[in-house]
Design a protein around this ligand. Structure first.
Ligand code: NAP
Length: 323
């Protein structure tokens, strides 16, 4: 029997593919670092039965309507704002993502970013490298405390709760905002539920882990930054699109807020000329929230297992459900 054609939009290590080779006919964009060009992707999906894609691919209506055999799109990410879910549903194309396997790793990174921004770790490292360390001084590179400070988590889902567990270990009172309350987190972590504006006013650290949707686009705007404390530190590990970056730049440059740690940006990738990179009170990372070797491997395997389940006539393991 003819094996389903699976198009992989990036070069994937052979050892991940080997266990699935009897089930699938793999076609692959052979570059490790460069995304597949749009025109190539539009051409190859015409014959694909399944696609394994990354968040660098825009799986929009045009693409889905040009893919007559496509049954499943396995996205190597938990966020799926790069995919037109409505168009996929209309065409009966299953979309899967990679929840859970990346939760703890992303929470580790979020907390590292929080620590780095508060204690000026990157700036301090640059200080030594620039040969500037001559003496110990009382306020040399003095930052903000973390222990005992209030953390406000916007998007208290899987990753949000995992960040909250780390915060609890640091003795931080936890506040959160969602559309719905989480009694489990309130009981186990002592987390307090709050409206968005109240959280902004109260938190010393505002951490964004909210998915990018039409509702959350530019949620963190000028108005939001003005409500935060002047000592507040803003951390974003969700998607750049939830922030109005111009407003964030002005808030940081004019000391409306104190500092920021950012793993994600409105238009990725950014370079050294990006205005936010030029500010000393910002730590910028190249979207590495889930980037541990162990977790990236688990994400790829979960994509493969989702594809296998669908083509074996079973339910996908982690389907994206249209809210
Ligand atoms: P999740 O479990 O679905 O959590 C999302 C939370 O956001 C939910 O608790 C949800 O609660 C809340 N939420 C959604 N829409 C909201 C709205 N309009 N207003 C208020 N709260 C809202 O997702 P997760 O696994 O924790 O992942 C969260 C996000 O992190 C992903 O979507 C992705 O964008 C990002 N992420 C980034 C990286 C990285 O590399 N930086 C890695 C992994 C994930 P309610 O439904 O009750 O509102």
């Amino acid at each position: 029997m003819k094996k389903p054609i699976i198009y992989l939009t990036r070069k994937i290590p052979n050892e991940i593919l080997v266990p699935y080779q009897d089930s699938f006919d793999f076609r692959m964009w052979e570059e490790e670092e460069t995304p597949v060009p749009r025109d190539v992707l539009l051409e190859v999906v015409k014959e694909a039965d399944g696609v394994l894609c990354l968040l660098t691919e825009n799986i929009d209506r045009e693409l889905l309507e040009n893919a007559p055999h496509l049954k499943v799109v396995a996205n190597m990410a938990v966020g799926y704002d790069n995919i037109d879910i409505e168009a996929a549903q209309e065409k009966d194309i299953i979309v899967t993502n990679t929840p859970d396997v990346l939760t703890e790793t992303t929470a580790d990174l979020a907390f590292s970013l929080l620590t780095a921004a508060a204690r000026r770790i990157v700036e301090a490292n640059d200080y030594i490298r620039a040969g500037k360390w001559d003496h110990w001084s009382p306020y040399l590179l003095a930052g903000s405390d973390i222990h005992g400070k209030k953390v406000g988590i916007v998007g208290m889902g899987r990753i949000g709760e995992s960040i909250a567990r780390r915060a609890k270990g640091f003795g931080m009172p936890i506040m959160y905002h969602n559309r719905s309350r989480k009694p489990g987190a309130e009981k186990d972590l002592g987390a307090s539920y709050m409206g968005f504006d109240e959280l902004l006013r109260e938190a010393d650290f505002v951490v964004s882990v909210i998915p990018l949707t039409t509702e959350t686009k530019k949620l963190f705007n000028k108005d939001a930054f003005q409500k935060m404390k002047t000592s507040a530190i803003f951390i974003n590990v969700s998607r750049g699109g939830v922030v109005d970056e111009k407003a964030l730049y002005h808030a940081l440059n004019e000391n409306t807020i104190h500092a920021a740690g950012l793993d994600v940006f409105e238009e990725e990738p950014i370079d050294a000329n990006h205005p936010l990179v030029k500010l000393d009170n910002v730590v910028c990372l190249p979207h590495i929230g889930s980037a541990s070797v162990e977790t990236r491997t688990k994400m790829l395997k979960l994509c493969m297992d989702n594809l296998l389940a669908v083509f074996s006539g079973e339910s996908p393991i982690t389907p994206v459900k249209n809210p």
